[in-house]
Ligand binder design. Structure first.
Ligand SMILES: [Zn+2]
Length: 94
């Protein structure tokens, strides 16, 4: 953790605002409203070595961020999608 520590807080806030806007203020994983307490995720963890590219960042809600923990974000995203599809298959409203 602390991958964003290299980025100064002003820039970090700007990145978060841009990410949230680009995602319509929705979590990239579950689609929850993230206007309150958005977290920034690295899509490619191998880019943790100082890289905080706009392309490598997504905004997520706090529960997803905590649920993902150390899981690869791509894997986690697939897991969320799989769960959602399973729910739809069962005919349960998501
Ligand atoms: Zn979420």
């Amino acid at each position: 953790m602390g991958a964003m520590s290299r980025v100064n807080s002003k820039r970090r806030r700007k990145i978060r605002e841009r990410l949230c806007e680009a995602q319509n203020h929705r979590c990239c994983y579950c689609g929850e409203d993230i206007r309150e307490g958005a977290t920034i995720e690295h899509v490619n963890p191998s880019a943790h070595g100082g890289k905080s590219n706009w392309e490598n960042l997504v905004a997520a809600c706090r529960p997803c961020n905590e649920r993902r923990d150390t899981m690869n974000p791509t894997k986690f995203y697939k897991k969320i999608i799989a769960e959602r599809e399973r729910r739809q298959d069962q005919g349960v409203a998501a």
